[in-house]
Design a protein. Sequence first.
Length: 131
Amino acid sequence: MSPVRREVERLLDAGTRCGVPKTEGPCLDILKRREALWTFVEVEGIEPTNNTAERTIRPGVLWRKGSIGTQSEEGSRFVGSMMTVVATLKQQKRNVLEYLTEACEAALWCEAAPSLLPTIDQKEAESETAV
């Protein structure tokens, strides 16, 4: 990948000086993050695409497309928060309804909401399946 990396970075560098602001800016932004750009080469298991991120936001995109959206800023924040919670729980293979029930009960009793962070058991199970 070294020759490919050098050529891509050479082209990005040339793009920063091409005289077209819509090209120069993105090229400069990518070069600022050049190490992250090549993470997939150095770290096993990292995909070179953003497919996982795209799949994660797809339900939100479909929901917005199929509805009239929200009517307020608060409604938009609520939808965004709920979609984040659902995506997080699904990635952890946790039950969404169970979590939301616990969160609502905690709110009724003025207690802290349950954590969205994975438990030690979940982390161990994920690492075992990844091997």
